[in-house]
Ligand binder design. Structure first.
Ligand code: ADP
Length: 456
């Protein structure tokens, strides 16, 4: 077992990783920006190193500083968490070049999966259905790959049928996507999308997919040991989204039947086996009626992993670290037993500020993952998510009742949060019925957001 690990991240995910490491007897080294000096992960880590002279927004992206901190503090491994450098193949390579273990798959695998065009082609190679779409498109060269053939971008899009969605090959986090309803707007939108992709992701490659009007977002939680053993910890439904950003996640999905569940799993496992995938990963699908389509793989732990932890009873971070440091996991891939129903509400801050009062819910089947404590500050530089409230119940009605009572108990004062809005979504008939898709929130947005948010 490794003795010491550096966490190249902040906030609740850094706290989450520290918790597993402590149980495993692994010492943790935290890093922090000057804006985060009083953050909970800094207090909980065995040691913390400042990598953040202003501007602190960039601190957690300073690759050399992070690696230097790991080397100087005697760490053997680096855990990238989520976001920041978690899917950066070049960072993973730099880490390995210094003789450190990167908690994640091989850099080549990150690279392959990080390019959505390549990932789609790879998925197709393994027989997975992908959302109808093209390869990389470039109207300047007037060529389009994939099913559109060489008839030009317009012809390829017409063949898919409007609306279509233009995506950045290197995009992520719900950014870099443009929906086009009208053929006349296509060329202009591709031009803008390419420009934005280049500016945001340093790669102007874009491609086109058929835009599905109201699909479900369903994803499988994967854990793999790097030697071909692949476990699936069930699926998560992440269809409640605002501007393509997930708000509520649950497992299992209320819209997936056993037959589809089995088909998804049967399609996904060979892909991860063949890639010799290592650690935690997620394969995302869009589901429409009885069909499912591969969307992408996220080669890292995900924000919504606790819902899978609740239904499987597996500590995903622990298994991820074991897989990446020792090539083994403490679970039988054939025997993952999924029980009950889990649900997560993301708690977002509407604005930065100081937490004047915090009351955390408890009781059976309730978990609150957060970096908040009374008196702490939520800095303006980072993600607006300040915590995740996760519950586990016997079945969906039980999980819903539990989430309702946990949201009632949760009090965060000093900043404005989305707690009340989450309650409203949860109790909306559309959500309760379980029949919603990814455009559900847009349809109820006005109703949910008509009153100003408050701080409870
Ligand atoms: P990111 O990597 O930025 O998270 P994804 O490819 O995972 O982007 O897509 C995020 C969300 O965008 C999906 O959950 C879905 O709501 C929407 N989306 C993506 N592709 C399509 C599509 N072809 N049709 C309809 N919605 C889509």
């Amino acid at each position: 077992m490794i003795k010491r690990l550096l966490i190249a991240n902040r906030g609740e995910i850094a706290v989450r990783i520290i918790r597993s490491c402590r149980e495993m007897g692994i010492e943790t080294v935290g890093v922090y920006s000057t804006a985060d000096a009083d953050s909970l992960h800094v207090r909980l880590a065995d040691r913390a190193i400042c990598v953040g002279p202003p501007p602190s927004a960039k601190s957690y992206l300073r690759r050399e500083s992070l690696i230097m901190a790991a080397l100087h503090s005697g760490c053997e491994a680096i855990h990238p968490g989520v976001g920041f450098l978690s899917e950066n193949a070049e960072f993973a390579r730099l880490v390995q070049d210094q003789g450190l273990i990167f908690i994640g798959p091989d850099p080549q695998v990150i690279e392959l999966l990080g390019d959505k065009v390549e990932a789609r082609a790879t998925a197709q190679k393994y027989g997975l259905p992908v959302t109808p779409g093209t390869g990389a498109v470039d109207p300047a060269a007037d060529s389009a790959g994939g099913p559109g053939g060489s008839g030009g971008v317009e012809a390829a899009a017409a063949k898919l049928g409007f609306p279509v969605i233009i995506k950045a090959a290197a995009g992520g986090g719900g950014k870099g996507m443009r929906i086009v309803h009208n053929p006349a707007d296509l060329a202009e939108n591709i031009r803008i999308a390419k420009y934005e992709a280049q500016a945001n992701f340093a790669d102007g490659t874009v491609f086109i997919e058929k835009y599905l009007e109201n699909p479900r977002h369903v994803e499988l939680q994967i854990l793999a040991d790097g030697g071909g053993t692949v476990a699936v910890l069930g699926e998560r439904d992440c269809s409640v989204q605002k501007n393509h950003q997930k708000l509520i996640e649950e497992s299992p999905s209320p819209g997936v039947r056993e037959e589809m569940r089995r088909a998804m799993r049967a399609g996904a496992v060979p892909l991860f086996k063949e890639l010799k995938y290592r650690g935690a990963g997620t394969i995302e699908f869009l589901v429409e009626n009885d069909a499912f389509y591969f969307m992408e793989v996220n080669a890292r732990i995900q924000v919504e992993h606790p819902v899978s932890e609740f239904v499987s009873g597996v500590d995903i971070v622990r298994q991820q670290i074991l897989a990446c440091t020792e090539g083994r996991m403490e679970l039988d891939p054939a025997g993952v037993d999924l029980r009950g129903w889990a649900m997560e509400c993301r708690i977002n801050a509407a604005s930065p500020g100081k937490i004047s009062r915090l009351e955390i819910p408890g009781g059976p089947g309730v978990r609150f993952d957060s970096f908040l404590y009374t008196g702490c500050s939520v800095p303006p530089q980072y993600d607006s998510m300040v915590g995740k409230l996760i519950v586990h119940g016997r079945d969906r009605p039980h999980a819903l009742a539990r989430m309702n009572r946990a949201l009632e108990e949760l009090r965060i004062e000093g900043i404005t949060t989305n707690i009340n809005r989450q309650k409203k979504i949860l109790n909306h008939p559309g959500f309760r019925s379980g029949t919603f898709g990814t455009s559900f929130y847009e349809k109820i947005q006005e109703e949910i957001e008509k009153e100003p948010q408050n701080g409870h």
